[in-house]
Design a protein around this ligand. Structure first.
Ligand code: SF4
Length: 291
């Protein structure tokens, strides 16, 4: 049986009239209010976060000051290196910079931001080139210059270290959890997430309303994802990263082959963590942080 939706949903709404300069506004809303009301400029829902284009931050960062620590800056061009010159602004705003996989380039911009204390994330909609993914993973594992989390690697490592009680799995960090998240495009089309909207998969139109979205083929497919993973079982069921990832890169189809590079990177983090744990255990220091 597909799980019932949670009473409060999280909607990422592109081109919201309340914040026309934002790429998207992340709203917590009762399921019953999901529909055309999401774009009602007089409605004042709880705003969980705001996603802005890198150029808006470069142009005028102060307009987003009210959303400090709720801000995600989306970098879609490899020219986003300008952001590195504004690290003081990004740090003051408590912003996370989410870099589109296609804009990661050779990884330099992302690594420089992390080394300047700005949290960064690589978006989940595809994979960077394998050699870049390997280089960024190794930097994450070994570079002493890194001062801020690089996602999704930090969350994968944190879950290995037992941090899952406090930290979100990737499906929540990237807002792709079926029955919890919806994504509304600027064209008023509704999907589970931005990656699925980019892939052309939709629940329906904004005007159709929540009941119609729930009846769509995509909703039913996504809602059954966990059951399908473990009933078949599919590859996610045997994946060492399931607890943290929960199929984030294969939703809504567990048979898709979309996470090979990510999974290899996560395996490398797991091997490093395993080797470190074994070394500490051999020295009798595991779990002993005190003097
Ligand atoms: S197989 Fe891929 S999508 Fe599935 S849990 Fe593992 S890393 Fe995530």
């Amino acid at each position: 049986m597909p799980p019932d939706p949670t009473p409060v949903m999280v909607a990422t709404v592109a081109a919201h009239p309340r914040l026309p300069r934002a790429i998207a506004v992340i709203i917590a809303a009762p399921a019953a209010r999901l529909g055309p009301q999401l774009l009602d400029p007089t409605w004042e829902p709880e705003i969980l976060g705001v996603i802005v284009d890198e150029r808006e931050i470069l142009r005028s960062s102060e307009q987003f000051a009210p959303f400090a620590h709720r801000l995600r800056v989306r970098a879609e061009s490899t020219e986003a290196c300008e952001l590195v010159r504004r690290v003081h602004v990004l740090r003051r705003l408590g912003a996370v910079v989410e870099v589109a996989p296609a804009a990661v380039g050779d990884g330099t911009m992302l690594l420089r931001l992390a080394s300047h204390g700005v949290p960064v994330a690589i978006g989940p909609e595809s994979e960077p080139a394998p050699e870049v993914l390997r280089a960024v993973t190794r930097h994450f594992l070994r570079s002493p210059s890194q001062r801020s989390p690089i996602e999704p690697f930090f969350l994968i490592a944190a879950f290995l270290g037992g941090g899952r009680r406090r930290l979100p799995p990737l499906v929540d960090f990237f807002r792709t959890r079926p029955g919890r998240h919806v994504y509304v495009t600027a064209e008023r089309r509704v999907s589970l997430s931005r990656p699925l909207a980019l892939a052309g998969a939709f629940f329906g139109d904004l005007d159709d309303g929540f009941a119609a979205w729930r009846a769509s083929a995509l909703w039913r497919q996504a809602a059954c994802f966990h059951d399908r993973v473990f009933a078949a079982p599919h590859e996610c069921a045997f994946c060492a990263h399931w607890r943290c990832c929960q199929g984030c890169y294969r939703l809504p189809d567990p048979t898709s082959e979309t996470c090979g590079g990510w999974r290899a990177a996560f395996d490398e983090i797991r091997e490093c963590h395993g080797a470190l744990t074994a070394t500490l255990a051999a020295r009798g220091t595991a779990g002993n942080a005190g003097p």
